[in-house]
Design a protein. Sequence first.
Length: 668
Amino acid sequence: MSSMSITLVRADASQQQVLDTTTTGLDLFGDDRTVVAVRVNSEVRDLHLPLSDGDVVEPVLVGSPEGLSILRHSTAHVLAQAVQAVQADAKLGIGPPVTDGFYYDFEVAEPFTPEDLSALEKVMQRIVKERQRFRRRVVSDDEARTELAAEPHKLELIGLKSTANADDGSDVEVGAGELTIYDNLRRDDSVAWKDLCRGPHVPHTGYINAYALTRTSAAYWRGDQRNQQLQRIYGTAWPSRDELKAYQRRIEEAAKRDHRRLGQELDLFSFPDELGSGLAVFHPKGGVLRKVMEDYSRQRHAEAGYEFVYTPHITKGHLFETSGHLDWYADGMFPPMHLDAEYNEDGTVRKPGQDYYVKPMNCPMHNLIYRSRGRSYRELPLRLFEFGSVYRYEKSGVVHGLTRVRGMTQDDAHIYVAEEQVEDELKKLLTFVLQLLKDYGLDDFYLELSSKNPDKFVGSDEIWEQATATLERVALESGLELVPDPGGAAFYGPKISVQARDAIGRTWQMSTIQLDFNLPERFELEYQSAEGARKRPIMIHRALFGSIERFIGVLIEHYAGVFPPWLAPVQVVGIPVAGEFDAYLQGIADRLRQAGVRVEVDTSDDRMQKKIRTAQKSKVPFMLIAGGDDQAANAVSFRYRDGTQKNGVPIEQAIIEIVDAINDRRQV
C-alpha cells in the first residue's frame, strides 16, 4: 500500500506530518481508550472510518465535551440492546446524550421498575465485556425501512430526515441527507444488534466501563403530548469509575440540597394543586427571604442609576404583534383571553372583539414607557427597572419546582443607549451584574455567548454581526472564560449569559445581557441627538436573577438551606430554659427588632433541648438561651447553628455580634 500524508494535530505538540500507510483513526491511535473519535477536516468521525491523503486529523478525547457525548450516546445504544435482549417485543424510540448522561425511550407493555434497571445493568455488563464493535453503514431510505420494519418509531424518523435541528433528540438518530445504521458486531463479525443513528460512536463497547442506570419516567414520543406515551430510562457514563463515583456523590449531595424538599421543610413555599402546575405561593418565611433579596436589589439598582417602573400583567394582542412575540414566541405564551365584540341596538359594531394576553416579557411595555414622550440624548443611557410578573406556558414535563415555573417575577431592566455608548454601558452592566451576584454568595463564573439562530431572527445579518462582535469584545475584556452557544440567541438579538457554579460545582444560568437593534426599530423609538437629528436608540435587555423564583431555588440549593445571616428568614431564636424567662427574652427580642433583626422567641411547651433541635433544623443562624443565671447577669448563652456555644455573653455584646454578622454579607 502506498504511503499517504496525514497532518496530526495534538494539544500537547505542534502539528506534525505523519507519512505512513495509515488508513483509519484506529491505525493512528490503536487501543488508546482516551481517544474515542477523530475530527477530520473539522468533522467529528468514527475512528474506524478511512482517512484520505491530505486529511487534517485531531483526536477527540473522552474527557472533552464531544468525547463525553460520544461515550454516553454509545452507552445508550448498549442500554437499548440490553432492553431488547430482555424484552424482545420492546420498540425503540430515541436515545440521545444529555447533560451528565443519556436516556433512551421505549414502547413496552409495562413501566420499568428499579429491579428491571438492576437486571439491565447486568446484561449491559455482558455486552461491554464482549467488546462489540460499532460499525457505521450508509443505507437508502428503502433499505432502512426494510431493516427496521419492526420499529414503528424508527420508520417515522426515516420519513423525517430533515429533523437535524429538532429539539427532541431525533437529530441523534437521523441527519439531513444520508441515512446511517450502526451495527454492533461480535468478534465473528455477526450482527448482535443495530440502530438507526448518525453517530459517531466509540470503537467498541469495551470503551464503556463506568456507567449506571439512574431512574425511569414516562415520556411522550418526540416530546409531544399528542403522541404516544413511552417509557424512558435515564443513565450516566464516565471515562473512569472514580469519575462515576464522584458524580454519584454529587447527585447524593444534590438530593440533600433539593430546593423542593428544603422549601417544604423550611416552610418557604408550596405549589397548591388548585393553582395548577408551575405556580408557586410563598409562605411568610419565604416571603421574608424574597423581600430581603428584592429590597437589596432595589437599593443597588437605585445606586447604579436605574429608574423604577411598573407595568400591567395583561395587554392587547397587538402589542405582541408589534414586538414579534406572536410570530416567534407564541408557543411559549398562554392562550389569549378573547373579549367578544359589543354591538349597538341596530346591530352595528360599537366595539370590536379583542384578544388579551398575559405577558411573557416586560420589554414591549418598557418600550411604550420610553415612547410616551420625546427623548433627548441627555437622558441616555436611560435605565428602566421592574420586578415584573410574566407568564410562560412551559410544558408540564419540564416544570420543575421554582427553577422552571409558569408564573415568575423577573428583575427586568431595559437600558436605552446611543450607539457610541453601547460598549461602555455593557462593560458597566457586566461589572454590576457580577458584583451583585457575588453579594448573594455566587462567585465562580464563566460567560456564554449566544449567536443568531438562522431560522429564527429579525433584522439584518449586518446588524446581528455588529451586535455579536460588540458583546464578544466586552465578554473577552472581562477576563472570564467565554463559551460559544451557536444559534442560542433570542429572535431579536444576541446575548451574553452569566453561568454560575454553585457550592457543589453545578452550573446555573444566571444573568442574561441581550443587545437589541431590532425592537427599537419595530416600536419606532427615537431620541434627539446633540445636533438636533432624530436617531434610533439601541436597547439592552437584562435580567439579573433570571427570575426571583428561580434564583431563590438556586440559592436554597447553593446554601443547602443554610442561608447567610443577612438572608435567613429568621435570624435569631430566643430559647427560654423555662416559661418564667419568656418575658426576659421577649425584652431582648424587642431590642433586636429595633436594630432591624428578624427574631422569634420559642414560647412553646417543648423542653429546652427540643427547642434547640427545632431551631437547628430550621437552620436559624443564632440562638439566645436564657435561664436564671443569665437573667441575673443581664446576659445570655449564645449558641450558633453549628452547635458551638458561648455562655454568659452580655446582652449588648450579643446584639453587636448579631448585627455585625448580618451586615457582613460575606458571612455564612
